[in-house]
Write a protein that binds this ligand. Structure first.
Ligand SMILES: Cc1cc2nc3c(=O)[nH]c(=O)nc-3n(C[C@H](O)[C@H](O)[C@H](O)COP(=O)(O)OP(=O)(O)OC[C@H]3O[C@@H](n4cnc5c(N)ncnc54)[C@H](O)[C@@H]3O)c2cc1C
Length: 140
């Protein structure tokens, strides 16, 4: 559920517009309608709400386990706790130095999440500006 004040109506209207464009079912609710679903909502704190009745949780652990199973089934090997210390391009491949050894591959995917900017530094490229402290504080 999204709730907002009258001043936040443009943002809520944007959510409604996007939902309609993406064929996603959402219900616009007034304060009484929102409190029927979430009674603890303070009626003095918002004037309108949008409810997405079909939203659900994802079992992240099961999903992740499924990805790992498919990856292993295709011959992939997962090496954990292998911080990248540096990378160099030579002879048609990236040569990656990690704390558990060296690896070479023609393509490297930077999947370091919020640490992606620091990882860029490790391979001598310009950072994209991603910073773990900022990214995490924004998330929280
Ligand atoms: C408190 C919190 C709550 C969240 N809740 C939700 C939620 O409810 N729903 C949702 O959709 N999203 C949520 N998120 C966001 C979600 O966790 C991230 O968007 C997601 O994990 C990003 O995935 P990723 O694979 O890109 O990066 P990550 O999951 O961060 O993975 C990056 C990996 O790279 C590794 N790494 C970093 N640097 C190096 C290096 N130099 N060498 C080797 N490895 C390295 C890290 O150790 C890490 O394992 C939440 C985030 C936080 C912090």
């Amino acid at each position: 559920m999204f709730v907002g004040t009258t001043a936040q109506k443009p943002a809520l209207d944007e959510v409604l517009k996007t939902a309609a464009e993406e064929n996603c079912q959402v219900d616009a609710l007034d304060v009484a309608g929102a409190r029927r679903i979430v009674p603890v909502l303070n009626p003095e704190m918002f004037e309108q709400a949008i409810f997405e009745p079909k939203s659900t949780d994802i079992d992240v652990h099961a999903l992740h386990g499924g990805f790992l199973k498919v990856f292993a089934g295709r011959g992939g090997e997962i090496i954990c706790d292998a911080e990248v210390k540096g990378m160099q391009w030579a002879d048609g491949a990236w040569h990656v130095e990690t704390k558990v050894g060296s690896f070479a591959a023609p393509i490297v995917v930077n999947a370091a999440g919020a640490w992606g900017g620091r990882y860029c530094c490790a391979r001598g490229c310009a950072s994209d500006g991603t910073d773990p402290e900022t990214a995490h504080s924004n998330s929280v």
